[in-house]
Design a protein around this ligand. Sequence first.
Ligand code: TMP
Length: 204
Amino acid sequence: MKKGLFITFEGADGCGKTTQLNLLKEYLIDMGCNVLVTREPGAKGLGERLRDILLNYDGEVSDRCESFLFLADRAQHIDTIVKPALDLGQIVLCDRHTDSTVAYQGYGRGLDIEQINRLNNIATDGLKPDLTLVFDVDIETSMQRVGGEKDRMESSGDEFFNKVRYGYLEIAKKEPQRVKVIDATKPIEDVFEQVLTVFKTFEQ
Ligand code: TMP
């Protein structure tokens, strides 16, 4: 039985989700909560190796292979980090999770969404986030934030990132209870206010 709380942070590269995750972490720690911050891909150990391949490998990577590498990282992450933390009653704040594979490999690369949903379910052993925040930002702003030096995924181009953005908004439409969209074009403090509003509403 899961005891803790599992919150995931999602959005296109450069959306500002990691900054907001850290602000929520500080807020929760100040409130006396037991918080674990983690990420996909590459929380630690084997995951870090997989992250390096996924973001930096400069040879050919097929779309299906890319999906399976993210899913492999996810299975390891859930089994060795997320589930044990939730069993201890911790609040787990996770930078990217299943919706990234749906948005990037499904909507972005064009792989079958239903198949990805099934594979995600296998990788997570059926565990679902309690709450997911999607940080929505236009592609121009997100690419400006990413800057000049782009990794393998960030180099996928504007058309790809438009599809990713659309994908996230579709996910939010399909699962409005779990997935909340945050307007991430605003300044950091305003975005965090939206995060807190969603979090407090969810808590009640
Ligand atoms: P980030 O940790 O800086 O957000 O970078 C991770 C990259 O990996 C980002 O471009 C999104 C991508 N990604 C996928 O394409 N599919 C996935 O399932 C996950 C977790 C990440």
